[in-house]
Design a protein around this ligand. Sequence first.
Ligand code: GTP
Length: 239
Amino acid sequence: RKDVGRISTGSTAVDELIGGGIETQSITEVFGEFGSGKSQISHELAVTIQLPEDKGGLEGECVFIDTENTFRPERIEQISNYFELDHEETLNKIHIARAFNSSHQILMAEKVNELIQSGTNIRLIIVDSLMAHFRAEYIGRESLATRQQKLNQHLHTLQNIATTYNVAIFLTNQVQARPDAFFGSPTKAIGGHVLGHASTYRVWLKKGLAGKRIARLVDSPHLPEGECVFKITSDGVVD
Ligand code: GTP
C-alpha cells in the first residue's frame, strides 16, 4: 500500500509494538476495562497527529467522535504544552463530534467525507467509544443481528474514508477484564467481511502495578504478538 502514514501514540514502546505507530488506511482498535487508558491514548493521538512527521505526526487534523462525553479540552491543553504547541490552535484542529445515539454516530462518520471534501486536512478519525451506544440500544439476542448490521455499516463507512483519503481510524472499546469472556471485539467479530483488504490492529490495554499500563498486540496477521509497558502522566502517554 502506497503512502501509509504513521502516528505516534506518545509511547515509543507502544509505537514499536504496533509497527511504528498507528497506520493510515487501517483501523486500530484498543480495548480494555474502564480506566485502562483508552481515552487517554485517544487524546494523545488527537495532538500527535498535528506534529510534523519527524516528531511522529502527519501535520494533520482529526475528527473526535465522542459518544460518552469523555473529551476533555484541559487534557489537550496539557498534552499540547508538553509538545510546545499552542493549545488553542491544537484544539481548533480537533473536530469534536458528539454522538447522541448510534444512528447519530453513524451519521457523524459519514459527514467526515464532506469535511474532507471541503478541504480540511483530516488524517485521523477517533471514535471513543465505538460500542457504548450500540450496546445500550440493542439489548438481547433478538436485536443482535440488527446491531451487527448497523455496526457493519459504520465500520464500512470508516474503512472507506481510511482508504479513500489515507486516513487512520482509531477505535476504543470497553470490555470486561477478560476479553474472551466478552461477546467479541467488533472488528474481530465481523472483521473478515467488512474490513476487506486493509489491515486491522487490535491492542488490549491492561492496568499494571504502580500506575503502569500494559499494551498487548493481539490477532495481528503481520506483526508478532507481544506486549509492552507505558505510563499515563500529566504530560500524556509516555514510556
Ligand atoms: P473508561 O473511559 O472508563 O472506559 O476508561 P479509559 O480506558 O478510557 O480510561 P482513561 O483513558 O480515561 O484513563 C483513565 C486513567 O488515566 C486514570 O485512571 C488516570 O490514571 C489517567 N489520567 C486521566 N487523566 C489524567 C490526567 O489529567 N493526568 C494524569 N496524570 N493522569 C490522568
